[in-house]
Design a protein around this ligand. Structure first.
Ligand SMILES: [Cu+2]
Length: 361
């Protein structure tokens, strides 16, 4: 939460320098807040945004079926068995996880046909684990938590409004925006944490793949968004991908991510838009292996990564239409998965929340 202070300061600063004029803006001009790269800007416009995303997970599943910690600890083979001190089955089981991500974005249109975008993030992850006693059986040694945090990868690129930017007052009620962007590996992939081993030791070791902050690879981030409006109703469709290029310094790459989302919105007033959205996502397994990531825990296994997931997400967009905060946008989205097919055992997603602020100049 400590970085919310500078975020608030930025909001205050933008409020101070923004003139109090009535804006020709609508809440549904923008897609639901969890959708990135949905819009372009007209020449000379500049926009800043801050989003905070919170995600929770608990329990575990293989494919679409739940699996209890005791069953993981007694039946799932440890791929590192045979190395010194490695038991035959997994003996450390993740029980819950929280991810907090604060994203700061900037958009600037040097011309009508391209809007430059940049986005950075600060990421905090927290995972609770149960450690079973060395050997076999279901006797528990204890619990521990790891909580790596740091600056994430930075995305830079451009959004190209190939049909032009919509003008809501004219016949032009649709947009098609293509994003060409790249993710720069500024986030760490060598985070460490103190763990509790089945033998009762508490070494500090490299955290597993999904507990790292950055991907370590340069990633392509293409996206295509089609959206439009018909009176008070808005709609949109987007594909977004994260394609890994090469292998990172530790010897692996995360799986590619492909996401598709569709939404509809209803705007009862200029300042307010309510949305419903469905999002599907597939993610591959980790390709390669980091020799420093080893242990009797599912998260250390490159094969127990990725899967498929479908989320339903409800959202609210607002825009202040006059007064000192005219033009400021505040939005939120809350969602939960309705389907998960995981390359598990892997943690089960529970719900997610995104809140955001945006202001164009
Ligand atoms: Cu923008």
């Amino acid at each position: 939460m400590k970085y919310l202070a500078p975020a608030s300061a930025l909001v205050v600063a933008c409020t101070t320098i923004s003139p109090a004029i009535a804006h020709d803006v609508r809440a549904d001009d923008h897609a639901p807040i969890g959708v990135m790269a949905d819009h372009a800007h007209k020449k000379g416009e500049f926009m800043v945004s801050i989003r905070h995303m919170h995600m929770q997970m608990s329990g575990n599943q293989i494919g679409t079926d739940g699996i209890a910690p005791d069953e993981i600890a007694t039946t799932i083979p440890n791929r590192f068995f045979g190395a010194p001190g490695q038991p035959p089955t997994l003996r450390i089981v993740p029980t819950s996880m929280r991810t907090d991500m604060t994203m700061v974005g900037a958009m600037y249109a040097p011309a009508d046909w391209v809007t430059l975008v940049a986005m950075g993030s600060y990421i905090q992850k927290e995972m609770d684990h149960t450690t079973y006693m060395g050997g076999m059986g279901t006797n528990v040694r204890g619990e521990f938590q790891t909580s790596p945090e740091g600056i994430g990868d930075i995305t830079v690129g451009g959004i190209f409004p190939v049909l032009g930017v919509a003008d809501r007052k004219s016949e032009k009620q649709q947009e098609l925006n293509l994003r060409a962007a790249v993710s720069i590996p500024t986030g760490s992939n060598s985070k460490t944490a103190e763990i509790l081993t089945p033998m009762g030791a508490t070494p500090t070791i490299r955290t597993p793949y999904m507990m790292q902050i950055g991907s370590g690879t340069w990633d392509l981030r293409p996206a295509a968004t089609f959206k439009g409006w018909a009176g008070k109703v808005g709609y949109g469709l987007q594909y977004a991908g994260t394609i890994r290029i090469g292998t990172n310094d530790q010897g692996y790459s995360f799986g590619d991510i492909h996401e598709a989302t569709a939404w509809v919105s209803y705007s009862p007033a200029q300042w307010l838009s309510l949305s419903g959205r469905i999002k599907g996502r597939t993610m591959g397994r980790v390709d390669g292996i980091d020799p420093m990531i080893m242990g009797p825990v599912q998260t250390a296994n490159p094969d127990f990564q990725g899967g498929e997931r479908i989320d339903l997400i409800a959202g609210v967009n607002t825009v202040v239409t006059h007064g000192a905060l005219a033009g400021h946008r505040f939005a939120l989205e809350v969602g939960a998965p309705i389907y998960q097919d995981l390359n598990g055992p892997q943690m089960t997603g529970d719900w997610m929340l995104t809140v955001g602020w945006q202001k164009a100049f």
